[in-house]
Design a protein around this ligand. Structure first.
Ligand SMILES: [Mg+2]
Length: 407
């Protein structure tokens, strides 16, 4: 039986949240990102601003030049996270098989869920109506037999539309689209196909497997299948990073436990911020230590509940550090902390214990202030961050004698 996959994506999410609570902004070119004279980039532009050529990732200064009359907002990440949770909570009424694709998008496997929300188009209509009524937001949806085609369809349906690609018509639907319409098809693939005169998915799909393998090795066959709209990846199979970690090598080996803990706290905050930005929680925290003789040990701790607060990550890391140091107190050459076993944030909301909820709202406030005023603006008492220096990397290099490596 063909699967029934739905991809739903909120339109111009950050801007739409601002317009929902400030109706005077509706219909205007609005750009969320920050100070237009600063060094930041556009996070989201309203469709009115997009008409001036403004898009996500564009330098704010350029956006200002293209759309001088646009309204520039700094953004309110905590509010976006709050609305995102409501969005995911609505989706959870339609199927247990949901995979969050970020704050503003998700994949739902609706196969066999007719008794819950009706056919896929009926379910799509119902959830879009609820999202509009309860959140004041427009969502676009794509329905297809695979997550890949559903995603492309929701992109094509924007803004505020629904597009269903019927079983058997996937290849024909994709054929006229440019290569970059295919999720995860990068510039390097595009560049290798250009000399062959291949610029559409139909042209790519027409290549024989042998030719694809010659060009792209083992990956070639899968690429050809994807261009034909074939993607067996199940919903719930997370294609994003499976872990988030930070580690750093000290310029001079460190034995002082306070110093190690301070560095660990800094890394925990940084890992936690990434985790929350992704809308995810971690079940496992790992600590890594390397000694002066380059021997390396790592230990992991599986948490009773998936967590995302800075404090929870730091506490688990500290417990692991103490355990390791009970056995071996030699100075450390490198220390690192990571989280893995990641789950979508929305799944656990009702299960988390109250103290963690409090820590998470603290962490969210932390993220908001740092986002607004920079990484250095807020520090807990014991971080290794040095207020005088500019960014995390240089802090770890200059401030604590660490060279930090982001993974
Ligand atoms: Mg979106």
């Amino acid at each position: 039986m063909a699967r029934s996959i739905l991809h739903i994506d909120l339109d111009a999410f950050f801007v739409a949240v601002e317009q929902a609570r400030r109706p005077e902004l509706r219909g205007l070119p609005v750009i969320v990102g920050g100070d237009p004279d600063g060094r930041g980039v556009v996070a989201t532009a309203s469709y009115e601003a997009r008409r001036f050529g403004v898009y996500s990732g564009l330098a704010l200064r350029t956006a200002r030049r293209l759309a001088p009359d646009a309204i520039f907002l700094r953004g309110d990440f905590a509010e976006y996270v709050r609305v995102s949770k409501q969005f995911h909570a609505i989706l959870a009424n339609y199927t247990p098989l949901i995979e969050s694709g970020g704050l503003d998008e998700a994949y739902l496997d609706l196969t066999g869920c007719e008794s819950i929300g009706g056919t896929a188009p009926e379910a799509a209509a119902s959830m879009r109506a609820r999202i509009r009524a309860e959140l004041g937001l427009a969502a676009s949806a794509g329905i297809a037999t695979s997550r890949l085609v559903a995603k492309v369809a929701s992109d094509k349906a924007k803004p505020d539309g629904v597009l269903q690609v019927a079983e058997g018509t996937e290849a024909a639907f994709l054929a006229p689209l440019p290569l970059r319409a295919l999720p995860m098809l990068g510039q390097s693939t595009e560049k290798r196909l250009a000399p062959l005169g291949i610029s559409t998915l139909g042209q790519l799909a027409a290549l024989a497997d042998s030719a694809l393998e010659g060009l792209f090795g083992n990956h070639g066959r899968v690429l050809g299948q994807r261009a034909r709209g074939i993607d067996p990846t199940p919903i719930g199979h997370d294609v994003r990073a499976k872990s988030i970690s930070r580690e750093g090598t000290f310029a001079a080996d460190v034995a002082d436990p306070e110093h190690l803990r301070a560095v660990l706290r800094g890394f925990s905050e940084s890992v936690g911020a990434d985790l929350r930005r992704d809308g995810r929680r971690a079940r496992t925290v790992s600590l890594k230590l390397r000694y002066d003789d380059f021997s390396t040990v790592s230990r992991s701790l599986t948490l009773p509940q998936p967590l995302s607060s800075n404090e929870a990550i730091f506490e688990a890391g500290t417990a692991l550090l103490e355990k390791l140091r009970e056995r071996d107190k030699r100075p450390a050459r490198l220390i690192g902390i990571g989280v893995s076993n990641l789950v979508a944030d929305a799944v656990q909301l009702s299960l988390e214990p109250a103290p963690e909820r409090k820590q998470e709202s603290l962490s969210a406030a932390f993220d908001r202030v740092r986002r607004k005023y920079g990484t250095r603006s807020l520090q807990t008492g014991r971080t290794a961050f040095d207020a005088a220096t500019q960014d995390e990397r240089s802090v770890f290099e200059k401030g604590t004698g660490l060279s930090s490596q982001m993974k």
